[in-house]
Design a protein around this ligand. Structure first.
Ligand code: FNR
Length: 351
């Protein structure tokens, strides 16, 4: 299907199913076990109804999309989540994400398990942005997985800092490989069965290895959110890894709600990022309403890469547009002023 026939993010799933070979598509689409978390990530958004306000002057809504993430200026409060193996969809792999994000001036978090080399990814950064007039070199936040070898980790952190990454995203929800049936049938994805023991003690050692903020990705309870704050994290990243690690884990919207209800100060103490199942403008708005600073999108970008950098940019433009028109219809004059009062947080089962 031609790129200009795509009207929303979910269309790229449908298109990728046709354009990619079965094993590549399956690697992207896969969730763990019965895929309950994968589906819940998508479905949870419809269980919380919006509370639109009317007769509000919303004419400046588009101008309020730009935001800062850990002090870096971006044109929208959403980013490209770290996803491995972009090369399955396009020969230029992650370079399309760097370029697309750079030209549209949004944040990209490259995965450690990228198809393109680390050096090629950092060399592709865009400097001087046309959208925002941002003149500095494109900011990237590098995602990492760790091995048990602390020397190896030290070298990795030095390489990341030297390359100019602005933060380290430390994935903490992958103590073991996810139990992914779909991908296993095609023999794609990781196949080893090692365990990694990552603890808050180690987090301190890691923090001493770099001046970059280390952001734990995969926080799934208010308890761990509190521990992350206590252990000095500058930001936390709520995620169940797109439902790919442990099945029946909560979506980030449910975790954000738990934090909001039990310890709302956390949203003021650190920046909170969240991802999983975000496909529409209103999904972004519900997360922002709870106090989330920036929202990650994974699979739609992986699928859009089947169209190269134009596909990636199309997703960014579509989501910017949807965030703006949905905020307008919600009666939000300025995106910075969205709050929990715009959503009915009493969950309902279905329409
Ligand atoms: C991921 N994700 C991921 N996360 C991470 O920390 N490191 C990684 O290398 C990967 N790799 C990866 C590959 C693929 C194909 C997918 C789909 C996902 C998880 C990712 O960062 C994010 O949490 C989810 O993708 C968000 O959910 P949605 O937007 O895909 O529903």
């Amino acid at each position: 299907p031609p790129l200009d026939s795509m009207v929303g993010l979910p269309d790229f799933d449908w298109a990728a199913r046709r354009k990619l070979n079965a094993s590549s598509y399956t690697y992207y689409r896969n969730g763990a076990a019965g895929e309950w978390s994968y589906r819940n990530n998508l479905e949870v958004f419809q269980r919380f109804r919006l509370r639109p306000r009317v007769m509000v002057d919303i004419l400046k809504i588009e101008e309020s999309l730009p935001t800062t993430i850990l002090g870096h200026q971006f044109s929208a409060p959403f980013f490209i989540a770290p996803c491995a193996r972009a090369g399955y969809a396009h020969e230029d792999g992650e370079l399309n994400f760097v370029k697309g994000a750079g030209e549209e001036d949004i944040l990209y978090m490259p995965s450690l398990f990228s198809s393109k080399s680390f050096d090629d990814i950092y060399a592709a950064r865009v400097s001087g942005n046309s959208t925002s007039g941002n003149s500095s070199t494109q900011a990237l936040f590098q995602q990492v997985y760790l091995t048990d070898d602390m020397n190896e980790t030290r070298e990795l952190f030095q390489k990341i800092e030297k390359a100019g990454s602005k933060a380290i995203i430390l994935t903490v929800d992958s103590a073991a490989d996810g139990n992914r049936h779909r991908a296993a049938r095609f023999g794609v994805g990781s196949a080893d069965s090692s365990y990694s023991l990552l603890t808050w003690d180690m987090y301190h050692q890691l923090s001493n290895m770099t001046s970059l903020p280390i952001i734990p990705k995969g926080i799934q309870t208010v308890d761990d959110a509190r521990l992350a704050v206590k252990n000095g994290a500058k930001a936390i990243y709520l995620s169940n890894h797109g439902g790919r690690q442990l099945d029946t884990t909560p979506s980030s919207l449910e975790v954000a709600l738990e934090i909001y209800e039990e310890d709302p100060e956390i949203f003021k103490q650190v920046e909170v990022f969240a991802d999983g199942g975000v496909r529409y403008g209103a999904d972004v708005l519900k997360l922002l309403a709870l106090g989330v600073k920036a929202v990650g999108v994974g699979r739609p970008f992986m699928y859009s890469n089947a169209y190269g950098v134009d596909g990636v940019k199309k997703v960014i433009k579509m989501l910017k547009h949807e965030v703006a028109i949905d905020a307008a219809n919600l009666g939000v004059a300025d995106l910075k002023e969205i709050g929990p009062q715009y959503v009915n947080w009493k969950s309902v089962n279905a329409w």
